[in-house]
Design a protein around this ligand. Structure first.
Ligand SMILES: C[S@@+](CC[C@H](N)C(=O)[O-])C[C@H]1O[C@@H](n2cnc3c(N)ncnc32)[C@H](O)[C@@H]1O
Length: 213
């Protein structure tokens, strides 16, 4: 179970971030955000965006998509709501306050579930992944973009060295890709179809259709 105090502190943090978030992150996050949105749109029209924040990703969706965005922070959602109105983003069908660990939608409602720069902030990431799994249709994808670290490889030492800098700018330095792929493997219902490279990574987990599982 998520710790209520943690949720309250996240809300306070993002109430403050809401005013300046876009100025700082709009350009920085655009590449992985576009990649994640493109992958989601390729799975189908019904898409759930968890931790949608100020809605920086929303303009990247195809006009024929049906996107619902949820977030813990009402202040971040207010900014997203203004964006939807000013940019006339008709494909955004709803924005609502919701915890990633308690998703209020019926099972198998969405063709894709995206979680961009949020999974590292959730204390029980596996519970959030379980909720994403529940609301995802078979054949759909969970698409995570975030600051994620490799378990090894040529850059592992460099990322470890940069960890204090990561923490200083508010990024997780120790959320490993294998935490996502390990969860996927343990369910027996997912295949990892993509692991991006670089500082910000996109990881795509495809839920097997019933006949494949
Ligand atoms: C770094 S921002 C990312 C916003 C947006 N996804 C983006 O890519 O620009 C993290 C967002 O996750 C939200 N968040 C944090 N914990 C959450 C939770 N447990 N459930 C839902 N949203 C959460 C925050 O309120 C914030 O809006």
């Amino acid at each position: 179970m998520p710790v209520p105090n943690h949720l309250e502190s996240q809300k306070r943090v993002y109430a403050a971030w809401a005013r300046i978030y876009d100025t700082i992150y709009q350009r920085m996050l655009a590449r992985p955000q576009r990649e994640a949105v493109e992958a989601a749109c390729a799975r189908g029209r019904d898409i759930l965006e968890i931790g949608v924040g100020t809605g920086l990703t929303l303009a990247f969706f195809r006009p024929d998509a049906r996107v619902i965005g949820v977030d813990l922070s009402l202040d971040m959602l207010k900014v997203a709501n203004r964006k939807v109105a000013s940019q006339k983003l008709g494909h955004v069908r709803g924005l609502m306050v919701m915890d990633a660990c308690r998703i209020g939608f019926a099972a198998e409602s969405f063709d894709a579930v995206t979680a961009q720069f949020v999974i590292t902030l959730v204390p029980d990431a596996e519970q959030a992944l379980g909720e994403m799994d529940r609301v995802l249709k078979p054949g759909g994808e969970i698409i995570i973009s975030s600051r994620l670290v490799d378990d090894g490889g040529p850059f592992a030492a460099m990322w470890t060295a940069l960890a204090p800098l990561s923490r200083a700018v508010g990024w997780s330095s120790d959320f490993k890709v294998s935490r996502l792929t390990g969860w996927a493997a343990r369910t027996g219902r997912y295949e990892t179809v993509h692991i991006g490279s670089g500082y910000f990574k996109v990881v795509r987990l495809r839920k097997l259709a019933s006949a494949e599982a």
